[in-house]
Write a protein that binds this ligand. Structure first.
Ligand SMILES: Nc1ncnc2c1ncn2[C@@H]1O[C@H](COP(=O)(O)OP(=O)(O)OP(=O)(O)O)[C@@H](O)[C@H]1O
Ligand SMILES: [Mg+2]
Length: 233
């Protein structure tokens, strides 16, 4: 579904991605793991179109994304839950979700009702301001906001970051269910290997702007040498 070949991107004169090769199958959930600053967020933003690429290619279901602007990529079904979530703290839960539906072609949709059914906590708190929610609740809201855009590929940038350990399991379950029940492909950046193992079978290891290894997440959990070398563990 998603194929990156020799992808290069950076900020101004500073290159960050030095030729990323990556393939994600339809309905797959894979994790991208790597230390701080290796370019994981830049990779996500290059796929959404928020960061301009300087070389290589991105294909989504055979379509070359390079000439497409961010909103056109969103229309094709690519949605990012950014690092730190970026929900609107002063808007209510319902208003945050309505911002999500604005990205759809069919603005009148029952997508908001559907996420309220799926996440009753959000329905109960629909008039609460986004900023008053806990970290875990904000992550659910951010996931729900992405879901109302009817994505086919969900990019998650460190979904476990800043979440209380007690709610990590619930967030992992939600992501696994989005992937398996809705059939949405997921590419999740993670630094928490246990969390990655809950959602993804395949792990792509990133270092200095490249994917330098690919392994099963289960194997990576047992490979202390690989963890020490490339992960902040
Ligand atoms: N807007 C920006 N302008 C200039 N340089 C940036 C910008 N954003 C990131 N960088 C630099 O690009 C490199 C990769 O950053 P990136 O955020 O992609 O890494 P990351 O792997 O997501 O890190 P983290 O684990 O801390 O989230 C870093 O050296 C960072 O300082
Ligand atoms: Mg990052």
């Amino acid at each position: 579904m998603l194929t990156l070949s020799g992808l290069r991107a950076g900020y101004g004169a500073t290159p960050v991605l030095h030729g990323v090769d990556l393939e994600l199958a339809t309905s797959e959930c894979a994790a991208v793991l790597g230390r701080n600053g290796v370019g994981k967020t830049t990779l996500m933003r290059a796929v959404t179109g928020a960061v301009a690429t300087t070389g290589g290619s991105i294909r989504f279901d055979g379509t070359d994304l390079s000439p497409l602007k961010a909103h056109e990529r969103a229309r094709l079904g690519i949605s990012l839950v950014p690092q730190g979530r970026d929900i609107f703290p002063k808007l209510t839960v319902l208003e945050n979700l309505k911002v999500g539906t604005a990205a759809r072609r069919d603005r009148t949709s029952d997508a908001v009702d559907r996420v309220f059914e799926e996440f009753p906590m959000l329905a109960q708190r629909k008039r609460a301001r986004g900023g008053s929610l806990s970290g875990g609740q904000q992550q659910l809201l951010a996931l729900a906001r992405a879901l109302v855009t009817a994505p086919r590929l969900l990019l998650l940038d460190e979904p476990s970051e800043g979440i209380a350990p007690a709610v990590l399991d619930e967030i992992a379950e939600v992501i696994a269910s989005i992937n398996s029940n809705r059939g949405i492909a997921v590419l999740a950046v993670e630094q928490n290997l246990e969390f990655a193992a809950r959602i993804a079978q395949r792990s792509l290891i990133m270092d200095k702007g490249e994917i330098i290894a690919e392994t099963s997440t289960a194997e990576l959990r047992n490979d202390r040498a690989l963890q020490k070398r490339y992960l902040a563990l």
